[in-house]
Design a protein around this ligand. Structure first.
Ligand SMILES: Nc1ncnc2c1ncn2[C@@H]1O[C@H](COP(=O)(O)OP(=O)(O)OP(=O)(O)O)[C@@H](O)[C@H]1O
Length: 786
C-alpha cells in the first residue's frame, strides 16, 4: 500500500501535469477559435474571393484555377481546424484524468524510468520527455503484461530487458486522485472490483485502465490474418475488440484510418451501445454495420428480405406448424459448407450449359429474346471466363438496343411524346445538341431536323432505364438460376457431388420456391442467393477495408463467414464469439473450430480463449455456467452478490404482480437498468402490455428496430439482449414449457448471463430443466404456486 508521502507526491505531480494541460488548452482554444473564424469567413466569402468570369471562354480557365486555389486554402484550414479540435478534445480528456497507471522500469544499464500511462501521450514543454505515455505505446505493454520483477518490452531495435520495480494504479477524477494502489503479485484486483461493482450504463465504457493480461493479447495481436476469440459470456470480448481497434489505429496511424475498419454487430441497438468507446479514447469511430444491413443493401430492392430475428421468431414459436421440420432442415442445410460447394460447382456447369436470361423488353415488346441471348452467350469462346462472357453479352445487348432505338425514331408513340414535351424539354434538347456537336450555329429552324433531334432525345430517355438494366447485368436471371437448384432435383444431386440432400428435400424445396415466388427471400436463402449472384456476375469485393471485426461470431454460419472473407479480400479478420450463445438454428461457425481454422489456414490463424467472466457476480456465474457444456471452465471474477432466485408461480396475474413488486423494489434500491427478458417478441409485447399498467415507471418495450439503448426498465426478447448487460435481469417465464428443447438452452443461457448484479427467474409452473438440473446450492428456490 502506498504511504501518505507517496500520495502527496503523486498528487503534486497530477497538479503539475494538469496545470500544464490547462495552459495548453488555453493556447489551443485561442488558436482553434481563430482558425474557426477563418474557416467560417472563408466559407462565407468563398465566391467573392474567386475571380469569377464565365462570360468569355478564356476566362473560364482562369476562374477554375482560382476556384481550385481558393478551395485548397479552405480545405487546408479545415484540416488544421479538425486536427486542433481533436487535440483539444484529447487534452480535455487528459485534464479530467491525466493517467491511470504508473510503472517503474529499470533498464539493464541501471537507468530507471517512471512511466505514466493515459489515454493519450503528453510531452513536456521541451517535447522530449513523456509526461504521459499512450496506453498503446510499446512500453505500456509492461503495465498490462508483466508483474513486478524481470520484464521486457518490444522496441524497434529488439526487446528491451530490465526490471519492473513498481506497478501502480490510479483513479483520478477532476484532477484529484481518488484511489491509488500498488499491485504486486496479489490476486484480487481492487480497481477492477471497483469498476465492476458500478451500475451498468446505457453505453459501453472503455476498459483501458484495467485490461487483463489475456485480453491484452487480443488487443495487441498483429501477426495473424485471422484472430478467433472464443470467450465465455461477459469475458470482455466486445471490450477487447474495441480497444483492439483503438490500438490498431494508434499503431498504424500513418496507414490505417477508422473508415478502413468495420465492425459487424448483432443489431442496430448494439451499434449504439458500443459507439462511444472509441470517441472516449479520443479516436474516431470505425464503420459499424450488421450483416443484415449489408444483405438489405445488396438484395433489398429485389426481394422482401426476412431478417434473422423473424427467422428466429419462427424457429422459437412455430414448431407446431406442418412445414416446421422441413424449414429447419432447410435452415441447417442452406448454411452448410455442402451447400456452399454446391453453389461453387454450379458455376463451371453454367459455363457449359444452363444459363438463364431475362429477355430485353421494351413497352411489352421483345427486343432480344432469352433464347437468343443464351445462344449468343454459348457461342462465345468457352475458354473465356463466365463473368467476361457476360460482359461481352452486355456489350452486344447494348448495341442491339441502340439499333432498336434507331428504328423507333419514326414510331408513332414518339410523335405523341414529342407533342407532350414542355418548353424545358426543348431547351434541354437544344443544350444537349449544342454540347454534343459543339456547334453553336445549329438551330431548330427546320421542322424535320427538329423532329429528328427530339425523337432521338425521347427514345434515348425512354431507353435509359433499360440501358442501365443491361449495364447492371440484370438480364441474368439469378432468381431462376437459384430456384433451379430446388426445382430440379437432378441438378441438385449432380452438384452435391454425392453428399446426401436433406431428407425433407421436396418439401423444403417447395417452401423455398413458394416464398421466392412471392418476392420474399428467407434469411437462410439470402447469403447463398447473393453468393450465387456474386460468383456468376463477378464478385463485388471491398478492397478498401483493412480490418473486419465480427462480434457475436457464433451467430454466423460457416457459409456466411467465408462469404465475408471473400467480400473483404485484403482485410485481417477478428472474430469474437461464444459457442454457448449460438442461438440461431443454423450451424454455428464456432461449433467446432474446423471451418473457422480452415478459413485462412492454421498458419495464419490465432485462437485465443477467454475463460474469466467479468460481467456478473460470482454467484450468477456459478449458477449460469452449470447450464452449458464446458461451463466448469468458466471462472468467475471474485465479486460477490446475492444468489440467483428462482420462483415458481401459478398464474399469469400473480406473475405480473410479483414482477411489478420486484421491479419497484429494485428501483427503490437504486438499480438503474432492469430488464425483464422474454423468449420472443410476441411474449415481450404481451408482457409489456400487462406490466405497463402495473408499474409506476413506464417500461420500455425493446424491438428489433429500437435504435438506442437507455437506462430504465426494459422488456426485451432474449435474442435482442445479446451483447448488452443490465444491473438486474428478471426472466419473465423460465418454465419448462418455454425452455426445454436443446436449441433453447443457449437462448436461456444468453438471457441469464446479461445480469451484472442480480438475477431472478420466474416460472409459470414447472421450472425449465436448465435450472432444475443445476446444483441446488447455486440458487434460492421459492414456490409461490399456491
Ligand atoms: N478488463 C476489464 N476491466 C473492466 N471491465 C471489464 C474488463 N473486461 C470486461 N469488463 C466488463 O465486463 C462486461 C462484459 O464485457 P463484454 O461485454 O466485453 O463481454 P463479452 O465477452 O462481449 O460478453 P457477451 O459474450 O456476454 O456479450 C462489461 O461491462 C465490461 O466493461
Amino acid at each position: 500500500m502506498s504511504t501518505d508521502q507517496e500520495w502527496t507526491e503523486e498528487q503534486q505531480r497530477v497538479d503539475e501535469v494538469t496545470s500544464l494541460i490547462r495552459g495548453r488548452i488555453r493556447k489551443l482554444e485561442a488558436e482553434v477559435g481563430r482558425v474557426r473564424e477563418d474557416v467560417v469567413s472563408m466559407r462565407k466569402d468563398f465566391w467573392d474571393e474567386v475571380t469569377m468570369n464565365f462570360s468569355e471562354s478564356d476566362d473560364v480557365g482562369e476562374t477554375s484555377t482560382s476556384l481550385r486555389q481558393q478551395s485548397q486554402v479552405l480545405s487546408d484550414r479545415e484540416q488544421r481546424h479538425k486536427q486542433s479540435a481533436t487535440m483539444l478534445n484529447r487534452l480535455n480528456r487528459l485534464l479530467q484524468s491525466p493517467y491511470f497507471g504508473r510503472i517503474d522500469f529499470a533498464e539493464m544499464e541501471g537507468r530507471e524510468e517512471k512511466i505514466y500511462l493515459g489515454i493519450a501521450s503528453l510531452l513536456d514543454d521541451n517535447e522530449v520527455g513523456f509526461l504521459v505515455y499512450d496506453w498503446r505505446a510499446p512500453i505500456s505493454n509492461l503495465y498490462y503484461d508483466s508483474m513486478p520483477g524481470p520484464a521486457s518490452y518490444e522496441t524497434p531495435s529488439g526487446p528491451m530487458e530490465g526490471e519492473l520495480t513498481l506497478k501502480r494504479q490510479f483513479v483520478i477524477r477532476d484532477g484529484r486522485i481518488r484511489f491509488m494502489f500498488d499491485t504486486g503479485v496479489t490476486i484480487g484486483d481492487e480497481l477492477l472490483q471497483a469498476v465492476l461493482s458500478r451500475s451498468s450504463d446505457a453505453q459501453m465504457k472503455s476498459i483501458v485502465a484495467t485490461i487483463q493480461k489475456e485480453q491484452n493479447r487480443i488487443i495487441r495481436d498483429d501477426r495473424s490474418r485471422m484472430l478467433i476469440v472464443q470467450g465465455a459470456a461477459g469475458s470482455g470480448k466486445t471490450s477487447a475488440a474495441l480497444q483492439r481497434v483503438a490500438y490498431l489505429l494508434y499503431k498504424y496511424r500513418d496507414r490505417l484510418s477508422a473508415d478502413q475498419v468495420v465492425l459487424f454487430s448483432p443489431n442496430p441497438m448494439f451499434n449504439s451501445y458500443v459507439s462511444t468507446v472509441l470517441p472516449e479514447l479520443g479516436e474516431e469511430n470505425m464503420s459499424q454495420t450488421t450483416f443484415q444491413e449489408y444483405l438489405e443493401r445488396r438484395l433489398g430492392r429485389e426481394f422482401q428480405l426476412e431478417d434473422p430475428f423473424e427467422q428466429l421468431e419462427y424457429v422459437l414459436s412455430a414448431s407446431d406448424q406442418p412445414a416446421y421440420k422441413a424449414r429447419m432442415e432447410g435452415i441447417r442445410f442452406k448454411s452448410s459448407q455442402i451447400f456452399q460447394s454446391m453453389i461453387e460447382s454450379y458455376k463451371p456447369l453454367l459455363e457449359r450449359e444452363g444459363m438463364i436470361f431475362k429477355p430485353v423488353r421494351f413497352q411489352g415488346r421483345e427486343v432480344v429474346s432469352a433464347e437468343e441471348m443464351a445462344r449468343k452467350f454459348y457461342n462465345f469462346d468457352p475458354d473465356i471466363r463466365l463473368a467476361n462472357r457476360l460482359e461481352l453479352l452486355r456489350e452486344w445487348l447494348l448495341k442491339e438496343l441502340a439499333a432498336f432505338g434507331k428504328e423507333e425514331y419514326t414510331a408513332s408513340w414518339v410523335d405523341q411524346q414529342i407533342e407532350l414535351l414542355s418548353s424545358e424539354d426543348y431547351q434541354r434538347a437544344y443544350t444537349r445538341l449544342r454540347r454534343k456537336n459543339k456547334r453553336i450555329d445549329e438551330t431548330f429552324d427546320d421542322f424535320d431536323r427538329e423532329r429528328s433531334i427530339l425523337a432521338r432525345m425521347v427514345v434515348s430517355d425512354r431507353l435509359k432505364p433499360l440501358r442501365k438494366w443491361i449495364k447492371a447485368l440484370r438480364f441474368v436471371d439469378i432468381t431462376r438460376l437459384y430456384s433451379e437448384l430446388f426445382r430440379n432435383r437432378k441438378l441438385a444431386e449432380r452438384l452435391s457431388g454425392g453428399a446426401e440432400l436433406p431428407s425433407r428435400w421436396e418439401e423444403m424445396s417447395r417452401l423455398t420456391l413458394e416464398r421466392i415466388g412471392e418476392g420474399e427471400l428467407a434469411y437462410e436463402d439470402a447469403t447463398p442467393y447473393l453468393y450465387l449472384r456474386e460468383i456468376t456476375l463477378g464478385f463485388r469485393s471491398n478492397g478498401g477495408i483493412h480490418h473486419v471485426f465480427i462480434d457475436e461470431a457464433q451467430d454466423y454460419s460457416p457459409f456466411q463467414l467465408s462469404f465475408l472473407k471473400r467480400l473483404f479480400p485484403r482485410a485481417k479478420m477478428t472474430a469474437l464469439g461464444d459457442f454457448n450463445q449460438a442461438i440461431y438454428a443454423h450451424a454455428s461457425v464456432l461449433q467446432d473450430n474446423g471451418p473457422l481454422m480452415g478459413l485462412y489456414g492454421p498458419d495464419q490463424t490465432e485462437l485465443i480463449s477467454l475463460t474469466r467472466s467479468y460481467r456478473s457476480t460470482k454467484e450468477i456465474v456459478e449458477f449460469t455456467r452449470g447450464m452449458v457444456a464446458g461451463g466448469e471452465h468458466i471462472i468467475p471474477f471474485n465479486r460477490s452478490g446475492d444468489k440467483p432466485e428462482v420462483t415458481e408461480i401459478g398464474t399469469r396475474g400473480k406473475l405480473h404482480e410479483s414482477i411489478t413488486r420486484d421491479v419497484e423494489a429494485l428501483l427503490g434500491e437504486g438499480y438503474e437498468s432492469v430488464a425483464v427478458i422474454c423468449k420472443t417478441a410476441e411474449e415481450s409485447a404481451a408482457a409489456h402490455e400487462a406490466l405497463e399498467k402495473l408499474l409506476s415507471v413506464k417500461p420500455r418495450l425493446i424491438k428489433k428496430t429500437t435504435p438506442a439503448f437507455e437506462k430504465g426498465i426494459h422488456i426485451i426478447p432474449a435474442y435482442l439482449a445479446k451483447g448488452v448487460e443490465f444491473d438486474a435481469v428478471l426472466i419473465y417465464d423460465g418454465s419448462s414449457r418455454r425452455y426445454a428443447r436443446e436449441s433453447e438452452r443457449k437462448l436461456f443461457y444468453t438471457a441469464c448471463t446479461r445480469a451484472m448484479h442480480l438475477l431472478h427467474i420466474y416460472s409459470l409452473g414447472q421450472t425449465t430443466p436448465f435450472v432444475t438440473g443445476q446444483s441446488p446450492e447455486t440458487f434460492i428456490y421459492r414456490d409461490l404456486t399456491n
